[in-house]
Design a protein around this ligand. Structure first.
Ligand code: SAM
Length: 222
């Protein structure tokens, strides 16, 4: 009812719109067994990523930060049969679990993980650009650099999503008065996303907050 807490409401919405199947449930279960922290997106966020991928008719998706492949499965499932997901992951152990997840989810034909620090892998992706959707969900300090790369690897109409950007409001404060490097990443990200005329953006209070941007066609401006 109207008195539902945010958490109950999120669960009720997820139950109706974003139910996990066995493959998704087993992905988080296997990750837990291997000692990987449960810091994947929520089902609601996974479904939001799918809706956004469909909205921009994504054929090529880039993810920064794969973990165990949970969000990667949501993303890969939004692709057409000839679509492609490239996900970047620094940790070789995580990457091997991601490969297993993609195999079990039967998206291995369209989804691949590339291992290394994202800032070293990203320049090599220019030949494979443009990406229609870019999902940023890795270490927080370089978020502004990841955004710059995302814009560079996008086309007009591409959608860029970054997770952990609102942080109960802490991610929205002043960059100059930021108390930590972690928050500086989110704050600078939101600063640019909210003010760069090359982007049309909104931050959503979903889990710890996702900032969603559409890349503008600068030649169409009046
Ligand atoms: N997107 C995943 C999901 O929802 O299922 C969750 C990603 S988790 C929050 C962040 C991941 O980014 C971790 O697996 C971590 O190892 C990886 N990571 C951290 N720093 C990185 C870097 N510099 N380059 C690439 N991946 C990095």
């Amino acid at each position: 009812g109207p008195s539902s807490t945010g958490r109950e409401l999120e669960q009720a919405i997820a139950q109706l719109f974003a139910a996990e199947d066995d493959v998704l449930r087993q992905t988080t279960e296997r990750a837990r067994e291997r000692g990987i922290p449960s810091i994947q997106v929520s089902p609601l966020q996974g479904k939001l990523l799918q809706v956004l991928a469909k909205a921009c008719q994504a054929r090529k998706i880039l993810e920064i930060g794969a973990l165990a492949g949970y969000s990667g499965i949501w993303l890969a499932r939004s692709l057409p049969a000839d679509g492609r997901l490239i996900t970047l992951e620094i940790d070789e152990m995580h990457a091997s679990v991601v490969r297993e997840s993609f195999r079990l989810a039967q998206v291995y034909d369209r989804a691949e993980v590339r291992v290394g620090p994202a800032l070293e892998t990203l320049p090599g992706l220019e030949a494979e650009a443009p990406f229609d959707l870019i999902f940023i969900d890795a270490d927080k300090e370089p978020y502004p650099q990841y955004l710059a790369w995302a814009i560079r690897l996008a086309r007009p109409g591409s959608i860029i999503v970054a997770d952990n950007c609102v942080l109960g409001g802490d991610g929205l404060g002043s960059v100059q008065e930021s108390p930590s490097q972690f928050l500086t990443g989110a704050r600078s990200y939101n600063q640019r996303a909210s003010s760069d005329p090359a982007l049309c953006s909104i931050a959503l209070p979903i889990s710890s907050g996702m900032t969603v941007s559409v890349v503008m066609d600068r030649t169409q401006e009046s």
